[in-house]
Design a protein around this ligand. Structure first.
Ligand SMILES: Nc1ncnc2c1ncn2[C@@H]1O[C@H](COP(=O)(O)OP(=O)(O)O)[C@@H](O)[C@H]1O
Ligand SMILES: [Mg+2]
Length: 153
């Protein structure tokens, strides 16, 4: 678990997390409204070096940011589970990093492996973030990061 005192800390965490990400990865951001999911996605975008400002995609549902590794930024808040399939996300999943807000329980079935990022919000505006790997080689990748080899945690 990592403490994030300010929004810049959250963005910096996202940028460091991007070092760990590769094409094909799915990142599911979990946390209440205002937790900092979009802020963290902004950091991931900056870390990946994608073009364009990463903003809340709430009214767009999905936005693709071009870059060395493209970022597909999805807000699943207004989607029902069956609609997620209609987004045809898996078409771009292979060569992009896909980051989904409000995707818990909706997108995991699209892939064999994904990274869960849990953000908690405290009364004093600080946040904590926890990474939970599911499937694939996420356990190994996170333990490398834990040992400071990637510098995420
Ligand atoms: N430590 C922090 N981490 C992330 N956001 C923070 C933090 N402290 C304050 N904030 C503020 O909280 C809001 C988070 O908004 P946003 O990233 O859009 O949340 P979400 O996408 O989870 O709804 C922003 O206005 C941001 O400035
Ligand atoms: Mg958001």
């Amino acid at each position: 678990m990592t403490l994030l005192s300010t929004v810049d800390d959250t963005r910096a965490f996202g940028a460091r997390l991007a070092d760990l990400l590769r094409p094909g990865d799915l990142v599911v951001l979990i946390g209440p409204l205002g937790a900092g999911k979009t802020a963290l996605a902004q950091g991931i975008g900056a870390g990946l070096g994608v073009a364009g400002q990463v903003t809340s995609p709430t009214f767009v549902i999905a936005r693709v940011h071009r870059g060395p590794v493209p970022l597909v930024h999805v807000d699943a808040y207004r989607l029902a589970a069956f609609e997620v399939d209609d987004l045809d996300l898996d078409a771009s999943i292979e060569d992009s990093v896909t980051v989904v807000e409000w995707g818990e329980g909706m997108v995991e079935h699209l892939v064999d492996a994904y990274l869960e990022v849990r953000i908690s919000r405290f009364d004093d505006e600080t946040r904590s973030v926890e990474l939970v790997g599911h499937g694939g080689d996420w356990i190994q990748r996170l333990s490398c990061a834990d040992q400071g080899q990637v510098g995420v945690i």
